[in-house]
Every structure is written in structure tokens, then in C-alpha cells.
Design a protein around this ligand. Structure first.
Ligand code: SAH
Length: 354
């Protein structure tokens, strides 16, 4: 580290010292001293209630030797506790240089700098190092792409204990039949178990956000389902795009049939290529896509294919739906096993979603 940076950090450490080295049970250690402006669009709401911070670390059930990943450490209110626990190491990914400085200084003031690596980057873009657990009060704006990255990226970890916007958390833990059940929940449940741990009031943050929060545990399943995940994600996008329709109604629409026909033709041409298009981050959520209409539109004609071929394709869709006996059901009321059964019936008939 060059001398200028190091002296800056030491000065910061001295200034933060009175705040940070005081017992972590003292609320003052989490107080915000206003040394720079917090940006709401970046989700900069610091969690300042020490009881809640302690509870998060307790719920994370950290083990000695764990490598911890934290996203958006801010000034280090949670980081300080993670560092003080018996874990082996903490890596914190933070986008704002001012926060990077603040959390680095805080670790130094606690004499725990050797346990902390701070990566200054956008957590959605950055490559994470290997980690055992992720513990974080994340910026809520990146909840969906971050969870997609954790669960559908190449990471292997025990649990992610995340503080999320309460409404988002409720959608995440919803089960089929709940009014909030949605694509996000179906996709996450495909690869992980999800549990609501506790609610956290907006009053526990500085500055106070408009929304309350909930702590959630996401635990990746030990055995991954036997399914092409990119195909599954593309399939749930179709099902939940118009979630109040029955599957029969969704897959009867002319535009949808033509769209799937084109995709299936493309997939057939590309068989043998490496594993499809891969997982696109941020694809877990409903991403309200345009409603398909039944209107006849000659521009939808598929170049190079006859009406008969498209007609036969439509028959294949109908046959998959018939043999599933699920045509009358709505996706929001279906279990993943049922959805997966239908996807297999489609795929067996050469109907592809990617
Ligand atoms: N965890 C801290 C701070 C939460 S505020 C606490 O509980 O007090 C959210 C933090 O995430 C801020 O420090 C903000 O700068 C950071 N952040 C926002 N967007 C980010 C991104 N895309 N990648 C990494 N960090 C981000």
C-alpha cells in the first residue's frame, strides 16, 4: 500500500476509532457521524440497531474457518461483527470508494484488517472468490440479479443470510397457491430452500428507508435437479409471464406458438453446441413481458416453413399439454414438480424454450 493511502487510512482509523473500537454492544459504534452524504439510489441505508446486527450474525451460524462473503458492507456495521467472529476471512464487495475507505479503516481500528479483503466493484459484475457463507445487508436494488448470480452462477456455498426488502422476501418465500407466488420463488426453490428468519423495522436504519426489511436464509440444495437450468428459466418465463392464464390458454396463443416454433427450430440447428445460451443474470424475476395476443398477424409468418409444419408443431404442444393433464391449471398454483413434468413433455416433443 502506498504511503499516502496508508496515512489516509490511519487518519480515518483515528477518526473512526472512538466510534468503532468502543464496545460493539454500544449503539454509538453504529451511529452515523454524517462524514459524507449517503446516496439513497445506491441503497445506502446503514443498519444501526446493534441488537439486529448481532441477531443477523447469530442466524448466519458461522463456523470457525469459514470464508465469508459480504455484499455492500457500507461503513462496516455488520463487517465488524463478522470480523470479530471466529471465521477465517471476510471478503466484502463494495461499489462506493468512500465506503471502501470507511470499512477498511474500521477493520484497521479493530486490529482485524488481516481478516478482511475489500473488493471495490459492482457486486453484480465482480467475480467472487470462493466462500462458505454469504452474510449481507445488501442494496435492495440488486436483490434479484445478486440472488440469480449466487444460485445460478458457479458458486458452491452453505448458506446466504440476506437482509432484503420485506415485500421481496415475502415473494421469495411464497409457495404455490399463495397470492404472491411468482417466477422468482419457483426458480429459487428449484435449486435452494428458503426460510424467513425475522422481520426488521425501517426504524433500524439510517437514513430511514420507506420500506421494512426481512432476514432470509437461502440454502442451496445438496443435489441439483436433473434439468437444463437455462431451459427451465426460459420455460418459467413463458409460464409466469401471464400467470393468471391457464397453461392451456398461454400455449394456445398464435404468437406464442410461432415464437416457440422458431426457438425450437433454432435449438435443433444448434444441437451439439456447448450448453446452450447459459444463464443470463437477473432472469429470475417476473420481468413482465409483453402480453401475447391471439390476433392474426401476417408478419408472424415463419420464413421458410409451411403452415403445415407450424400446424404440426401446434399439435405437439397440444399433445404435451394433454398428456400432462395440466392444461387447466394456472402456473401460480403449480408445484415445481408439476412444472418440470410439463417441461419434460414439451422437450420430449422437440419443443424448446431457450
Ligand atoms: N451493509 C451495510 C450497508 C448497507 S447500505 C449496513 O448494513 O450498514 C448498502 C451498501 O451497498 C452501500 O454501502 C452501497 O454503497 C453498497 N452498494 C450499492 N450498490 C452496490 C453494488 N452494485 N455492488 C456493491 N455494493 C453496492
Amino acid at each position: 500500500m502506498n504511503r499516502a493511502v496508508s496515512s489516509l487510512l490511519t487518519r480515518h482509523a483515528a477518526r473512526l476509532g472512538s466510534l468503532c473500537t468502543s464496545s460493539s454492544s454500544s449503539p454509538a459504534s453504529e451511529a452515523w457521524d454524517g462524514r459524507f452524504r449517503l446516496h439513497k439510489p445506491r441503497g445506502q441505508h446503514l443498519l444501526t440497531n446493534p441488537r439486529i446486527l448481532d441477531a443477523i450474525v447469530r442466524h448466519a451460524a458461522l463456523r470457525p474457518g469459514d470464508a465469508v462473503l459480504e455484499v455492500g458492507p457500507g461503513t462496516g456495521n455488520l463487517t465488524a461483527r463478522l470480523l470479530a467472529s471466529p471465521v477465517h476471512h471476510v471478503t466484502a464487495v463494495e461499489i462506493d470508494t468512500r465506503m471502501v475507505e470507511a470499512v477498511t479503516a474500521r477493520a484497521a481500528a479493530l486490529d482485524l484488517a488481516q481478516k478482511l479483503t475489500v473488493i471495490q466493484d459492482d457486486a453484480v459484475e465482480a467475480d467472487f472468490p470462493e466462500f462458505d457463507v454469504c452474510v449481507a445487508n445488501i442494496p435492495y436494488g440488486i436483490s434479484s440479479p445478486l440472488i440469480a448470480k449466487l444460485l445460478f452462477g458457479a458458486y458452491r456455498f452453505r448458506t446466504a443470510t440476506l437482509l432484503l426488502q420485506k415485500e421481496f422476501a415475502q415473494r421469495l418465500v411464497a409457495v404455490p397457491g399463495d397470492s404472491e407466488y411468482n417466477r422468482l420463488a419457483a426458480n429459487v426453490r428449484m435449486v435452494a430452500d428458503v426460510k424467513l428468519l425475522m422481520d426488521v423495522s425501517k426504524r433500524d436504519f439510517v437514513p430511514m428507508p420507506r420500506v421494512d426489511s426481512s432476514l432470509v436464509e437461502i440454502r442451496p440444495r445438496a443435489a441439483m435437479p436433473d434439468v437444463d437450468l437455462a431451459e427451465w428459466l426460459a420455460f418459467t418465463r413463458e409460464c409466469f409471464g401471464q400467470k393468471n392464464k391457464t397453461l392451456g390458454a398461454i400455449f394456445k396463443q398464435k404468437r406464442k406458438v410461432l415464437d416457440l416454433f422458431k426457438r425450437s427450430q433454432r435449438a435443433e440447428r444448434c444441437t451439439g453446441d456447448a450448453t446452450g445460451s447459459g444463464i443470463i443474470l437477473g432472469v429470475l424475476d417476473d420481468g413482465d413481458h409483453e402480453a401475447c395476443s391471439d390476433e392474426d398477424d401476417s408478419s408472424d409468418r415463419v420464413a421458410g416453413f409451411s403452415e403445415e409444419e407450424v400446424g404440426a408443431f401446434k399439435e405437439r404442444i397440444a399433445s404435451a399439454l394433454d398428456s400432462s393433464e395440466l392444461a387447466g391449471k394456472r402456473p401460480t398454483k403449480m408445484s415445481n414438480d408439476e412444472l418440470l413434468r410439463l417441461l419434460r413433455l414439451f422437450n420430449e416433443r422437440g419443443i424448446r424454450f431457450q
